[in-house]
Write a protein that binds this ligand. Structure first.
Ligand SMILES: *Cc1c(COP(=O)(O)O)cnc(C)c1O
Length: 409
């Protein structure tokens, strides 16, 4: 059976009523027959049938034993960090999600947990950073927003040898493309706000563990700390997941077309997309994932904040907003938005330069998206501010470039 079929039929039909959509159990408590005698649920922080259905679905999708649903991606990350104690060390990818960096630095360092940030695209850097206190390796692949790829299987081998946990933030790939637990990771986290939810209409987070014992520890943390996902939001994530495979396929096709367009654009300096053969770890991406995802980042030849701000306010279909993974295309300027909490030198050193623009390529027609980017480049004000516009004496008319590229799609 294909993954998509297995997924769609893995979503349970309600045993009591036959409802084909998972019912929303909007309740705080459950009536007991006698103290401790109940139908599997006693209080909705500890367990709720709608949330439990989602937790089972994500565990199956990620090929793990235990799924645990949280009120946000950061609450999911926070729950994993709570496995650690004072004195423990983390080795984390240097291009880490800004919110995770803020949580590690401003909350957990206060409690005596230290973090070393390394370039995990070379697994040796992780090996070399180990100390006897290292308990957790934290990677994202692809990373946000420079789409760096790390070799999950190689890093998992190192983690196993050093007896420490490997956690992969799988938000960008989604389980439709990449299943880190099958490659040897111990824990997967998701911001389900992104591709799993898929419609830009909720905030949610998920953790999946390979091992049931580790899963029980995180379930304990979920109940003890209380950052659970509400029943309605659990239902929305389930509804999103029903079309995950279909959506992700189209996100990938559109992103590939947009990345190829940008790579040939005279005003663009670098394009970051794992699906381009020029990407630094294209071969590993191809090997460990079924596709390259819907996120494309690029820098301008005019590498200034002003040029980037002009560009991101010129697009019409690509809406200027944080977040990603929804049906509508979004774009953002990480230096000013998602990565604002990372100090400028650290940010630039990780490749998030001043003109870097991140696209979340949505489900519109690729030709329309390319045309939108094209009109943002040729917009008079943007062009005047950009010295490289008439490079090589190229005459640059509205839509001409887009039409040439659309013909290739
Ligand atoms: C958005 C995001 C998060 C945080 O998730 P929230 O749902 O916003 O709390 C974590 N990791 C990655 C890679 C993200 O894109």
């Amino acid at each position: 059976m294909s993954n998509a079929t297995e997924l769609i039929h893995g979503i349970p039909v309600d045993a009591q009523t036959g409802a084909i959509s998972v019912p929303i159990y909007q309740t705080s408590t459950f009536v007991q027959e006698a103290p401790g005698v109940n139908k599997g649920y006693d209080y909705a922080r500890s367990g709720n049938p709608t949330r439990a259905a989602l937790e089972d679905i994500i565990a199956k999708l990620e090929k793990g034993s235990t799924g645990i649903a949280f009120a946000s991606g950061l609450a999911a990350i926070d729950a994993v960090l709570k496995l650690l104690k004072s004195g423990d060390e983390i080795i984390a990818v240097d291009d880490i999600y800004g919110g995770a960096f803020r949580l590690f630095t401003h909350i957990y360092e206060k409690f005596g947990i230290t973090v070393q940030y390394v370039d995990s695209t070379n697994a040796d850097n992780i090996f070399n950073a180990f100390t006897p206190k290292t308990r957790l390796i934290w990677i994202e692949t692809p990373t946000n927003p420079t789409l760096k790829i790390s070799d999950i299987a190689a890093i998992a081998k190192i983690a196993k040898a050093q007896k420490c946990w490997l956690c992969v933030d799988n938000t960008f790939a989604s389980p439709a493309l990449q299943q880190p637990l099958a490659l040897g990771a111990d824990i997967v986290v998701h911001s389900a706000t992104k591709y799993l939810g898929g419609h830009s209409d909720l905030i949610a987070g998920l953790v999946v563990t390979k091992d049931a014992e580790l899963g029980a520890k995180i379930k304990f943390i979920q109940n003890a700390s209380g950052a659970i996902l509400a029943p309605f939001d659990s239902w929305l994530v389930i509804r999103g997941i029903e079309t995950l495979h279909l959506r992700v396929k189209q996100h990938c096709a559109n992103a590939q077309a947009v990345a190829e367009y940008l790579e040939n654009h005279p005003l663009v300096d670098k394009v970051f997309y794992p699906g381009l053969p020029t990407h630094h770890n294209h071969a590993i991406a191809k090997q460990q994932a079924k596709g390259f995802g819907g996120i494309v980042s690029f820098t301008l030849k005019n590498d200034t904040e002003a040029a980037a701000v002009k560009f991101v306010t010129n697009t019409k279909l690509f809406k200027l907003a944080e977040s990603l993974g929804g049906v509508k295309s979004l774009l953002c300027h990480p230096a000013n938005m998602t990565h604002k909490s990372i100090p400028a030198e650290k940010r630039r050193a990780a490749g998030v330069t001043d003109s870097l623009i991140r696209l979340s390529v949505g489900l519109e027609d690729a030709e329309d998206l390319i045309e939108d980017l094209e009109q943002a480049f040729v917009n008079k004000e943007f062009a005047i501010g950009n010295r490289n516009n008439e490079e090589n004496g190229e005459t640059y008319g509205y839509g001409a470039h887009a039409q040439v590229l659309a013909a290739k799609l």
